[in-house]
Ligand binder design. Structure first.
Ligand SMILES: Nc1ncnc2c1ncn2[C@@H]1O[C@H](COP(=O)(O)OP(=O)(O)O)[C@@H](O)[C@H]1O
Ligand SMILES: [Mg+2]
Length: 248
């Protein structure tokens, strides 16, 4: 990948870590800020950059104010030389996100990974924060601590999340990277409920299962919908091509 280099008040942008250009909002780079390793989120869309930057900036402020472990923000605002809004984070040391959990063959190790995530979810929910973007790449382990990152789609409320909203968010996580079998799910449900000082009763355990089933059905439908849409687009393109060919 070509490295885009630019200097703006101590900011050096290097190679992209991940691009969300397809969705038109942001690109995440690694680089330097005042000579120190940094991760830089760049919002450069001509129309939407300010709004998307502001949402992430606002959510990030609430996240840190409420004491959730997260990488420190070194700078947030406009970078004239990039003609973009940026958020500059400290780069965590030897970061490891939780994507490994999807491919880890050892069940006990996977369960252990989940156990390390549960206190972070409980803390976020108790502080009125839900990470709506529940991919395992949005939770980073570094120096023995699990951090929340990617504030773009966080939902911030002035009050703690109730049981329904909390277990719904947990269900979304477990749909993305599901634990194996109901025994592991029981253990994680219990440890989540205990962390929130809630009684882990059977009714809410069934509720969690129901929400997971609903998420799964929706994800399946989503794929079906996308397939149908692509077929329609292809058919329309063929029809348009045919019409042009007949008209000539
Ligand atoms: N502070 C950080 N330190 C180290 N790596 C990071 C940091 N922030 C993000 N990353 C890496 O960049 C990836 C994308 O970051 P993220 O904020 O999730 O961007 P996106 O909004 O594009 O999903 C993460 O999965 C992680 O691997
Ligand atoms: Mg992310």
């Amino acid at each position: 990948m070509t490295a885009a280099r630019s200097k703006a008040s101590g900011l050096v942008i290097d190679s992209p870590l991940k691009s969300n250009k397809g969705r038109g909002t942001r690109v995440v780079y690694q680089g330097l800020y005042n000579g120190r390793p940094a991760v830089i989120k760049v919002y450069s869309h001509p129309m939407r950059r300010r709004l998307h930057w502001f949402l992430c900036h606002f959510n990030g402020k609430a996240l840190r104010k409420r004491g959730i472990p997260a990488p420190a923000v070194r700078y947030s605002g406009y970078a004239a030389s990039l003609e973009a809004y940026v958020i500059v984070y400290e780069k965590l040391e030897a970061p490891r996100d939780f994507r490994w959990i999807k491919t880890e063959p050892d069940r006990a190790r996977r369960l252990d990974g989940y156990r390390r995530l549960i206190p972070l979810f409980a803390m976020m929910h108790a502080n009125g924060i839900a990470q709506k973007d529940t991919t395992p790449g949005n939770f980073l382990e570094s120096s023995g601590k699990v951090h929340a990152i990617d504030e773009d789609r966080m939902d911030i409320r002035p009050w703690p999340l109730g049981k329904g909203a909390s277990l719904g968010n947990l269900a979304s996580v477990f749909t993305q990277f599901p634990p194996e079998g109901s025994q592991d799910m029981d253990a994680l449900f219990n440890s989540y409920m205990n962390a929130r000082n809630w009684k882990p009763d059977a009714r809410w355990r069934r509720y969690l299962d129901r929400r997971i089933r609903r998420f799964r059905a929706w994800r399946k439908d989503k794929r079906g919908y996308e397939r149908k849409r692509n077929l329609l687009i292809a058919a329309a393109a063929v029809a348009a091509g045919l019409a042009i060919w007949l008209a000539l």
